[in-house]
Write a protein that binds this ligand. Structure first.
Ligand SMILES: [Zn+2]
Length: 394
């Protein structure tokens, strides 16, 4: 657009959002303060460039709303030009290397930050945390399987509002994370810390097997309870689907999904019910519910509710029951809470088990690729991981 200095310009647009944002900024005096700049939600570099042009050339700009797709000749033409330009490789590079509001241009990895810096930093820190979690040796299985990550995190964050954290919800969240990371204080887990106290201990229920995380759910003394909870949980999804979307499905609609209801003690590479107990949401389960509910947020809500149902029942019927049995055994063996809190000061330590972790290390999540993709392509940084899963699945 070329126009002489000091004139009035009227631009017709069908974007009410742009007009509203423009009016908001117009009320402020330019250059904006750094605080005002940091409140610009998105495209801050474009807004600053526009206001710099208007101010330097003393242009009086008015934006006028026109109805979209209403056979307005110029609006249709502008639309056509915009959609052609969208795919064109021939584009105008806006020189935004100067920011009069800040005297510097905020960048991250040589990319100009165009969004609210606070929000951007939150995304980066989430992404970093996620990448280290994703790269954990014990999670190698989830890197090559289709997990619906955003609803998995929605569940872990639970019913607590993201802005308000109360004691009960953060305690619940910490416990759910112990499920997700297999950090429950099972006998095998306790051996890592207090081999001197637990070296001869076995599962407190069957008294026969070594008790690791998976054994808690596959122990002969617990497996029937797990099956019972599983059947109740499937019926619970059906009820939720009926309550929220008014849709009735047959039980086989869910029970026929392959593998995800298996309760398997062997380390299989497919997602099974143990993974659901841990809080991971299989993509296939999400899609099945979405197919009926036709609504992403509702699907997420149903899944959260379903996982919470499993978690609560497992805690009540299986884990707490097991813990009571263990407390009884410790009493008999004369192990007190005070003794458990002390460090292992003897030479009686757990032999090291050598596992080749390198074989499972991932090169897919590193260097904040999630954020880079969000900056370049938009959407959520988690979309990148979903995309990786899709590619690996094919
Ligand atoms: Zn057992």
């Amino acid at each position: 657009m070329i126009c002489p200095i000091g004139i009035k310009v009227n631009i017709f647009t069908d974007s009410q959002a742009t007009i509203d944002a423009f009016h908001n900024f117009q009320q402020l005096s330019f250059p904006f303060t750094s605080r005002q700049w940091s409140k610009i939600c998105s495209n801050s570099n474009l807004w600053i460039t526009l206001f710099t042009l208007l101010s330097d050339n003393e242009i009086d700009l008015t934006l006028t709303k026109v109805k979209a797709h209403a056979n307005n000749f110029y609006n249709e033409e502008a639309d056509k030009l915009a959609s052609n330009a969208h795919l064109s490789r021939d584009f105008l590079v806006i020189n935004d290397a100067f920011n009069p509001c800040l005297d510097y241009v905020p960048q991250w990895n040589n990319i100009t930050i165009e969004r609210r810096p606070r929000k951007f930093l939150t995304d980066i820190s989430w992404n970093r945390g996620f990448e280290s979690f994703f790269n954990l040796f014990r999670n190698h299985k989830y890197r090559s399987n289709n997990i619906h990550w955003s609803s998995t995190f929605a569940y872990v964050n639970g019913d607590s509002d993201t802005c308000v954290t109360n004691f009960v919800s953060s305690q619940k969240k910490a416990h759910r994370i112990k499920f997700m990371t297999e950090e429950l204080p099972t006998i095998e887990h306790m051996k890592k810390r207090r081999y001197d106290l637990y070296k001869d201990s076995k599962c407190p229920l069957c008294r026969y097997c070594s008790e690791n995380f998976v054994h808690v759910f596959t122990c002969t003394k617990s497996i029937n309870k797990i099956r019972f909870i599983q059947t109740k949980a499937i019926k619970h999804i059906m009820d939720l689907l009926y309550q929220h979307a008014n849709i009735k499905v047959d039980i086989t609609y869910f029970s026929s999904i392959p593998h995800i209801w298996d309760i398997d003690h062997r380390n299989t590479d497919t997602l099974n019910f143990i993974d659901i107990i841990k809080g991971f949401v299989p993509q296939i389960l999400f899609s099945k519910i979405l197919d009926k509910a036709k609504h992403n947020e509702m699907t997420s809500l149903i899944i959260s509710n379903f996982l919470d149902f499993i978690y609560t029942n497992i805690c009540e019927m299986v884990w707490n029951f097991r813990c009571n049995a263990q407390i009884e055994l410790e009493k008999q063996a004369g192990i007190t809470n005070r003794m458990k809190k002390l460090k292992n000061s003897s030479n009686n330590r757990r032999p090291n088990i050598d596992i080749n972790c390198d074989a499972f290390n991932s090169t897919l999540a590193n260097n904040s690729l999630g954020v880079v993709n969000k900056v370049v392509y938009g959407g959520s940084w988690l979309d990148f991981i979903n995309w990786v899963n899709q590619v690996l699945y094919l």
